[in-house]
Design a protein around this ligand. Sequence first.
Ligand code: PAF
Length: 275
Amino acid sequence: MLIVDNKESLSKIIEKHRSEGNKISLIPTMGNLHKGHQELFASAPDDTIKISSIYVNPLQFNNSDDYDYYPRALDDDLDVCKENHINIVYVPDGDISHEIEIEKSIDLPKFTRYLCGQTREDHFLGVYKIVKHLFETIKPHFACFGKKDYQQLLLIKYIAKTYFSNLEIIEVDTVRSNNIALSSRLKRLNNESLEKIKIIYDVLLNMRHQMIDGNEFADIKKDALIEIERYDIDVEYLEHRENETLELANGQLNNSSLFIAYTAGNIRLIDNIQI
Ligand code: PAF
């Protein structure tokens, strides 16, 4: 496994692989790798050169504490990459924001303003910038992203469709442990909070059942919030939206999902389930 810390060396290595006729898969991460990331690694086609990036992108954090305290574990991450047959790990040395060349005015799709876009100012702009930059630098044939960050996944698909017509985005199911959708931020939760947030998935499943049985989302949401808040969890949003546009589903179950963002033990987390 090769570890590369700068764009120039990375481009050279990739160019060599391309000239030998190899296809390339990219798995971008912010490190602190867990089983969810391993599922992304496993989803990249085996006959490709697998490149993972590990970079905590400052442009996508709207809160400097969240950036400063974002869990970092590079040595362990490199072991995980090796065990998961990653060929090249790109670990930029320091902040690479200055390397990112981007069009003057960026018009993000409307769906980035909903859900997380309502409170995390410029988060999706930051994701857009780094992901487009990685796609431009690495020019992968495949790139893997998780459905846990569903709104991000839609944005990535928009970037691929708009600028990289030969790139296939591989969508990977959420990995759960004790019902909890895996996230690097879980590392910052104590055992008590970890115990409490197991309720989230139960509540979402229960809501789905009730909606399939004919109950209106608006009618069951109130009870769901009361149930969740009994566990000292603050809900930022709990919404029923359409899968492609993220517009409110307004009672339409086909092609829709439930989306939640919540804070437990001071840590903000998200989850979703398809109806
Ligand atoms: O999902 C993440 O870990 C990040 O948002 C990503 C896609 C690696 C961009 O920094």
